[in-house]
Design a protein around this ligand. Sequence first.
Ligand SMILES: [Zn+2]
Ligand SMILES: [Zn+2]
Length: 251
Amino acid sequence: MRLTILGSGTNVHPTRAASGYLVRTDHTLLLDFGPRTLANLQKTGVNRHRITHILFSHYHADHFSDFITYFFDAMIFTKYQGGTRPPLTVIGPRGTKRFFRTLFTTLPGFTHAPFAVHFKEVSDRAFAIGKTTVIPRTVTHTHNLHCLGYRIEYGGKALAYSGDSQYCDSLVRLCGDVDLAVLDCSFPASLPNPVHLHAGQCGQVAREAGVGRLVLSHFYPITDRYNVREQAGEAFGGKIVVGQDLMAIKL
Ligand SMILES: [Zn+2]
Ligand SMILES: [Zn+2]
């Protein structure tokens, strides 16, 4: 399994794209698709028209907005440029079907794509994509919003992605004994926030869950001024990676 960080920042950030991760198993998957991640996806050299599954944690714009550009491009590619692509499956939390129904009936042409598009709402139940096992888990982010973290297992390795999350037991369970956990490190420990983890809590989750490697990501601009590795390291003695756009990690 290979992970490439397409975006390690938030909605508006001077140097980092917002949330997005490319995961390669026996399938090519995306976890979230925030602003500026499509440009980074192109830089990876991966054929964007071969992506079969996009998994969303939630629909805050910093996790979603490049999907619109991506889909519009896929329609032009298949309608006017002689291109073909496999069916696309869009997976996300409760409300996914309603959300995309509204979007697709509003944006011109989106309901007439010449390739199959499937929408799937998931909750806390594992499912398979080929030989890849996906385990979504509800995490606590903002009030009244269904947010998912994802655990992906393939080839004897496990990866966890928090999505956006506060500290919660569910997040610790999601990350239980994974080889690599990518956590929402929005803020430094000195600037805690009610709806996101800070660096110290990332370390705490990693320690409690027994993760192999911890990747810190989802940085607000101010967070780059702090030593988040050191802050996370106060709780977690394992390897800590400060996420960067286009960083590739093999599991
Ligand atoms: Zn969010
Ligand atoms: Zn976010």
